[in-house]
Design a protein around this ligand. Structure first.
Ligand code: NAD
Length: 299
């Protein structure tokens, strides 16, 4: 059996809601972490959000003070791609666009060590096609964390057409070291979780669009009637409405069925810049409620 890869340094590309959570998770598990974003504001938001999230976990007794302090010392933030050349694995968490991700994988292939694994946190895009932008398709894999990464228990691992057993085993071992349960999906649009979740979210928007019920009743119906912790519209706001539209477009194009086409009202919210909680407004308005988890019903 091939020797298991030992990871010491992890590169995370994209410091938005997922990238910052993945970086925090890696640092609190003893890895050195380089976090890269092209947007300086995103990097400073990530610095603040990771630090306050770690402090919150420490104050709740869910993380020791020593681990929290050590984690903050293991994190470096940059917008210079070359800094990621020391990483043993890169976890990409940038915008859900195949063209943008492929361009990044092409660059990462040039600057990273030949042994490095290139993993994508994509929600839906073909790992095989991302891998085709590199000279190392056997070292490219999907490592799909759930939101928020430090809390959610699952990592969905997606094997591209050429992903090697060694890459799969090392990525699975890393996810398990993070304390996650792993499921394995074949490389079809949306994999397992979003193949099932996104049509439900989209249908909730169609229910809203066609006036079946108010947003509050749609969400309460699914929370209380089916025991979901969040209603589908609240969940869409949490994920990001732009991310939902991107995933639905990938499902639509990749699986060829019109049932996946994003609902017009969902697309319109995104066109209007109502991207969900991260922008303070989506289906619900969160602007008055900083720090509260319950959405307002003013809209
Ligand atoms: N939001 C979720 O609930 C969720 C869950 C699982 C997976 N994902 C996936 O994770 C990825 C990121 O989603 P997110 O919600 O964190 O998005 P986000 O919009 O919060 O963050 C994306 C970040 O990527 C940066 N970026 C864009 N292009 C870049 C580039 N070329 N190089 C470096 N940085 C770049 C942006 O500046 C931004 O800070 C997407 O592929 C998404 O589908 C999202």
């Amino acid at each position: 059996m091939a020797e298991m890869k030992i990871f010491k340094t992890i590169g995370v590309v994209g410091s938005g809601q997922m990238g910052s959570g993945i970086a925090q998770l890696a640092a609190t598990h003893g890895f050195d972490v380089w976090v890269l974003d092209t947007d300086q504001d995103a990097l400073s938001r990530a610095t603040k959000s990771i630090s306050s999230s770690i402090q919150r976990l420490v104050s709740k007794g869910q993380l020791s003070q020593a681990v929290g302090k050590d984690a903050l010392e293991r994190l470096w933030f940059t917008s210079n791609l070359e800094k990621l050349s020391s990483a043993d694995i890169i976890i990409e968490a940038i915008v859900e666009s195949e063209d943008v991700k492929k361009k990044l994988f092409l660059e990462l292939d040039k600057i990273t060590k030949s042994s490095a694994i290139l993993a994508s946190n994509t929600s839906s895009i073909s790992i095989t096609r991302l891998a085709s932008a590199t000279s190392r398709p056997h070292q490219v894999i999907g490592m799909h964390f759930m939101n928020p990464p430090p809390i959610m228990k699952l990592v969905e691992i997606v094997r591209g057409a050429d992903t090697s057993d060694e890459t799969f085993d090392a990525t699975k071992a890393l996810a398990e070291r993070f304390g996650k349960t792993v499921i394995c999906s074949r490389d079809y649009a949306g994999f397992v979780v979003n193949r099932i979740l996104m049509p439900m979210i989209n249908e909730a928007f169609f229910a809203l669009y066609t006036g079946v019920a108010t947003k509050e009743d749609i969400d309460a119906g699914m929370r209380l009637g089916t025991n979901h912790p969040m209603g589908p519209l609240e969940l869409a706001d949490f994920i990001g409405l732009d991310v939902c539209v991107s995933i639905l477009k990938v499902l639509h194009a990749g699986l060829g069925d019109n049932k996946y086409a994003p609902c017009p009202i969902l697309v319109q919210y995104v066109d209007a810049g109502r991207l969900g909680r991260k922008r303070g407004i989506g289906v619900y308005d969160y602007r008055q409620m900083l720090g509260s988890v319950k959405p307002s019903s003013k809209l």
